[in-house]
Design a binder for this molecule. Structure first.
Ligand code: ADP
Ligand code: MG
Length: 248
């Protein structure tokens, strides 16, 4: 039985992984006749595993993914315009390592958010930091932050992650000042961190989203320089589900 002093000290040192496994490890060490250093090694490993797990959980929470769906839940047969091989290649996350961008363009319900989330999960599993937000949410946060003078601090939220997922570009047009904020993010992340953008509008319609011609060109220029673009031409999966339900 470990002494109360030892338990207290481990708690004070926040060695919870070690603390939780101590009793079991002591018993095991006796049975397996472990040397002192072998015994210590198992304990240190328990602590490292605990910390790694906790870090993963923290990063997952911070990513703010709207749901948890992977590529294995994506029906590629339903959406033949998407090349499965291309998505699998992207799922190696070399695009995140190389700080490249990825843009999904397609009608609502074609799986843009699902694929972005699935790639976000892959990136997390490889230890990259991720943040998911809708364009609208990000713009609102930045606009509001000007009022309470926290703009620089809020900007960092969107600049820090290795992968920033910006969902739903183009569902609403942007006011001029908000386009500048959007440009700020894109230009600050250029060649520094990856961005995934999903949009229901093709590139030639982005002028209608950003309104200002010069800014539209500047945004597109930076985004598409190192970029994979996936245009999904197909039907909404939601509609498929609805028609299936009707025929059942
Ligand atoms: P979008 O972002 O393009 O509007 P979503 O990714 O939100 O579309 O997809 C809508 C719903 O349909 C989600 O629940 C998603 O998981 C599901 N879905 C879309 N496409 C597929 C697919 N090919 N296979 C399986 N589920 C899909
Ligand atoms: Mg979506």
């Amino acid at each position: 039985m470990p002494s109360t002093t030892l338990l207290k000290n481990l708690r004070n040192l926040r060695l919870s992984g070690l603390l939780d496994s101590l009793e079991v490890r002591v018993e095991q060490a006796k049975i397996d006749n472990l040397s002192y250093s072998e015994f210590l090694e198992t304990l240190v490993e328990d602590e490292i595993n605990r910390r790694t797990d906790n870090k993963k959980k923290r990063m997952f929470k911070k990513a703010k993914l709207p749901f948890e769906k992977g590529l294995d839940e994506f029906d590629f047969l339903f959406q033949p315009s998407i090349k499965k091989r291309e998505i699998l290649e992207l799922s190696t996350c070399s695009f995140v390592k190389d700080r490249e961008n990825l843009i999904f363009i397609g009608q609502p319900g074609t799986g843009k958010t699902h694929l972005s989330v699935a790639l976000g999960l892959k990136a997390l599993s490889k230890g990259y930091s991720v943040l998911f937000t809708t364009v609208w949410q990000m713009i609102n946060t930045l606009t509001q932050s000007r009022a309470d003078l926290s703009y620089q601090q809020k900007l960092k939220i969107y600049l820090k992650p290795d992968l920033l997922i910006l969902d739903e570009l183009g569902y609403r047009s942007m006011a001029e000042s908000t386009v500048e904020d959007f440009f700020e993010i894109i230009s600050a992340r250029y060649e520094k961190g990856s961005v995934i953008i999903t949009s229901n509008r093709s590139f030639d319609q982005w002028g209608k989203v950003f309104l200002d011609k010069t800014l539209t060109t500047a945004i597109l220029d930076r985004l598409v320089h190192h970029c994979h673009t996936i245009v999904i031409k197909g039907d909404s999966y939601r509609v498929k589900n609805r028609s299936n339900q009707k025929s059942n």
